[in-house]
Design a binder for this molecule. Structure first.
Ligand code: SAH
Length: 345
């Protein structure tokens, strides 16, 4: 799964096999075949060589949850080394969207987020990020047409694998997902936003802003001690310059913390000259912290102020809250309940 077509063709040639075998192998894998033995057009000798050199790293499904109204699926996957990751599939009229994880855990330390509570275990490889899509697609029996990197982990803290993943899912021989159907969400690692801009991709860049000034941002997001909002916005302008793409700013509303009219006015001022869109997120309450969701009224009021100030704004629909669909919640509850079982609690 970590190989792209070129790399697998190279391997074939170097190992005295026909390079067209690479295409055949990918055809099987994208049809959910998990063993080389099951690839019907593969000679025995090739299968033996393949088995010696590779394993097909699709994750296994440990749990699958379906929301009551059947519009959201949540998967808990086990990787080859037994690490657990989660992904969410959301069904929209315009197609299925998957929210993938890019790391096991996360080291960014945002106060509202369940993924980061136990820190980061390791980066996911590009194939492990891709594997979530293939496996979820097989399980729901439908194509997945949109990808958001908004699961556990910070994609720009795993830059090379994330970039390889984007290129791989974009490939015609694979999932053929257009770059405009891919969103990368980051807490704002400025040098890597600039690096990403230089690739001139057509993906959507989403910035987790969550506060209109540095002082408030530092209260929930440790990364704000490293990069200021001013630096992030400069990097965003560079991204827009290079790609002509509109930036999404994510703003999770926490009751009494960042959801007042003054915050909305400040945010409007900050973003008024930037080609952007604001996505307001009613915060998902996580039992490990005391942060509460803003009231529906204050969310609406916040959104009205932004719109009045000419900022395009949407409120994120809440899906799958009955199946712990917020980042990191499922993995944590599974690990915790299994630890409790082990301890006999
Ligand atoms: N590390 C990346 C991507 C993963 S998080 C990032 O920070 O953008 C995806 C989005 O979910 C981010 O905007 C993040 O701030 C937000 N998020 C995390 N925990 C949340 C919660 N409990 N409620 C609502 N949004 C949350």
């Amino acid at each position: 799964m970590d190989y792209n077509m070129e790399e697998l063709k190279d391997w074939m040639t170097k190992n005295k096999e026909n390079s067209f075998r690479a295409k055949q192998i990918f055809d099987w894998i994208y049809k959910y075949t998990e063993k080389f033995e099951d690839m019907k057009n593969m000679p025995k000798t090739t299968i033996n060589k393949l088995n010696k050199a590779f394993y097909i790293g699709l994750p296994s499904i440990i749990k699958k949850y379906e929301s009551k109204n059947k519009d959201t699926y949540k998967f808990l996957f086990k990787l080859k080394d037994d690490n657990l990751i989660e992904s969410v599939v959301m069904k929209y009229k315009h197609g299925n969207t998957i929210c993938v994880s890019t790391q096991v855990g996360c080291r960014m330390g945002c106060k509202f987020c369940a993924s980061t509570i136990d820190g980061m275990v390791r980066n996911l490889t590009s194939g492990e990020i891709l594997g979530q899509i293939i496996k979820a697609s097989e399980s729901i029996g439908e194509r997945i047409s949109n990808v958001v990197m908004m699961g556990s982990g910070e994609p720009l803290d795993n830059y090379d694998n994330t970039l390889k993943f984007i290129h791989t899912i974009n490939e015609k021989y694979g999932l053929n997902i257009g770059q405009r159907h891919i969103t990368l969400s980051t807490c704002g690692i400025v040098p890597n936003i600039i690096k990403l801009a230089e690739n001139e991709l057509q993906i959507t860049l989403a910035i987790s802003l969550h506060a209109p000034d540095d002082e408030l941002r530092r209260k929930t997001m440790p990364i704000a001690n490293k990069y200021s909002i001013k630096e992030i916005l400069e990097a965003c302008k560079y991204y827009i310059n290079k790609t002509n793409r509109r930036i999404t700013f994510e703003y999770a509303l926490v009751k009494g913390l960042n959801d007042s009219k003054i915050h909305a006015e400040k945010l409007s001022n900050l973003l008024k000259n930037i080609l952007c869109h604001v996505n307001l997120i009613p915060i998902n309450e996580v039992k490990e912290n005391k942060l509460k969701k803003s009231t529906t009224e204050s969310i609406k009021e916040f959104s009205h102020i932004l719109i009045k100030n000419g900022i395009e704004t949407t409120i994120r629909r809440e899906m799958g809250s009955d199946i712990n669909a917020a980042c990191g919640q499922l993995r944590r509850s599974y690990i915790n309940s299994n630890n409790n079982l082990l301890k006999g609690v």
